[in-house]
Design a binder for this molecule. Structure first.
Ligand SMILES: *Cc1c(COP(=O)(O)O)cnc(C)c1O
Length: 407
């Protein structure tokens, strides 16, 4: 699909009439029917709730909807056989070219990319080490990964799954003191870079000074589109990103990109090779090709125009809910991670007795069901997972909800 056509797909309303008439079924069917998906309504037959996603790209909510060209690529791949490694080789070259990396491979997500990249650093090309993971003792493999305290999140489990332990530091002085012959890597978390004391360039420079590979998790960090190549250009040894967030690729896909030696070593721990730590982190031709096409589509779209569409949807929702007495709204524009206009709704608790959890439950039980996020004291809404026309529905339903909560 050409850039122009993509924008048209995003901004034109083929089913707006149906949406306004409240025909939610046809609204949800729209992107699928574009790709020629089956007519059977499996989720409704199974009794699985579907909903309008005004929350965002959450794994629990099945993350994102793929673009038509990606769905076409998946359907194409599902009808032909090829050798798994041949496809990873060729797709990897294409992805590496786009992202300015020496090499790349499609993984089953950013988490898997972190585990497999870590495995590559630890094992190199040694088959005995590949088989030994996650056992490091007595193998000659290094055992420690250094990370800033502000960057220590649950996803670091992806690294510790390889048997390493995380050593936490805060300052450059602590970092240099922590580096020792057991240091396997220095790991960085982009989304929390503003709360750490050491920034990207300095992290990479210190890594180079001591000959320690530097790694970075940018799972949810596009847009901006430049982040796809920024950290490869900067010299990180590997970069991990999710396929199923803003890239709108398969949810069970991600990309590991970086230095050739690390990527080819990581692949020794990946299917089709068994007796490896990564044998269960399988991606097949459908995800591999789908990931490549999703990336190409993402790079081709007009991001400024897309952001404007999201902004317009959020403005519409904001305008509707702030007519309810006691409601305060604020639109923020995150600069690190999940970069999309985000509407925060709070309320005067003397006037409105229901809390955020009550409200989300009510919204979920409505027709159509709607998901937003937030805590006890707020609702948080994004528009990037909405289908055309759904902003109108969300605006009306949220207003109705807040009136109900005020009663
Ligand atoms: C989402 C996320 C992950 C996991 O990514 P998957 O693609 O779901 O495996 C890892 N790290 C961060 C910071 C994330 O936001």
């Amino acid at each position: 699909m050409k850039r122009r056509d993509l924008i048209k797909y995003l901004s034109v309303t083929p089913v707006a009439g149906a949406a306004l008439a409240g025909d939610i079924t046809s609204l949800h069917a729209a992107p699928q029917s574009l790709a020629g998906a089956p007519k059977k309504d499996y989720f409704s037959e199974l009794g699985v709730r579907t909903f309008i996603n005004a929350a965002g790209t959450y794994t629990a909510m099945t993350a994102t909807l793929m673009r038509p060209a990606t769905l076409d690529a998946i359907k194409y791949a599902s009808g032909k056989f090829c050798m798994l490694d041949d496809l990873q080789d060729k797709v990897g070259e294409r992805i590496a070219q786009i992202t300015h990396a020496e090499a790349a491979v499609v993984t089953s997500g950013a988490f898997a990319a972190l585990t497999l990249g870590m495995a590559g650093i630890l094992t190199g090309k040694d088959p005995a080490k590949v088989k030994a993971l996650p056992k490091l003792e007595g193998t000659g493999m290094k055992t420690e990964v250094i990370c800033q305290k502000a960057h220590a999140i649950g996803y670091n489990q992806a690294l510790t799954n390889c048997g390493v332990k995380i050593v936490m530091i805060e300052t450059v002085e602590e970092l240099e003191k922590a580096i020792n012959p057991n240091t396997a890597a220095m790991h960085f978390l982009h989304v929390q870079s503003d709360s750490g004391k050491i920034q990207h360039e300095q992290w990479v420079a210190i890594g180079k000074k001591y000959g320690i590979p530097t790694t970075i998790d940018i799972a949810a960090d596009v847009p901006p589109v430049e982040n796809l190549w920024k950290f490869n250009d900067m010299g990180f040894d590997f970069v991990a990103i999710s396929g199923g967030k803003a890239l709108r690729g398969p949810q069970s896909a991600g990309i590991l990109m970086g230095k050739k030696d690390i990527i080819s070593a990581a692949r020794l721990s990946m299917p089709p090779r068994g007796e490896t730590i990564g044998r269960g982190m399988k991606v097949n031709k459908e995800e591999i090709l789908g990931m490549m096409v999703a990336l190409e589509e993402f790079v081709a779209i007009d991001h400024a125009a897309e952001y404007k569409v999201f902004q317009q949807r959020i403005d519409r929702i904001k305008a509707a809910v702030e007519t309810v007495p006691g409601i305060t709204t604020k639109v923020s524009h995150p600069v690190l991670g999940n970069v999309t206009p985000t509407l925060n709704i709070t309320w005067d608790k003397t006037a409105i007795k229901k809390d955020g959890n009550d409200m989300r439950a009510q919204l979920r039980q409505g027709t159509p069901s709607i998901e937003v996020v937030g805590g006890k004291d707020n609702l948080s809404v994004t528009a990037w997972s909405l289908q055309e026309g759904e902003d109108k529905i969300v605006a009306a339903k949220l207003k109705e909800l807040l009136v109900w909560a005020s009663a």
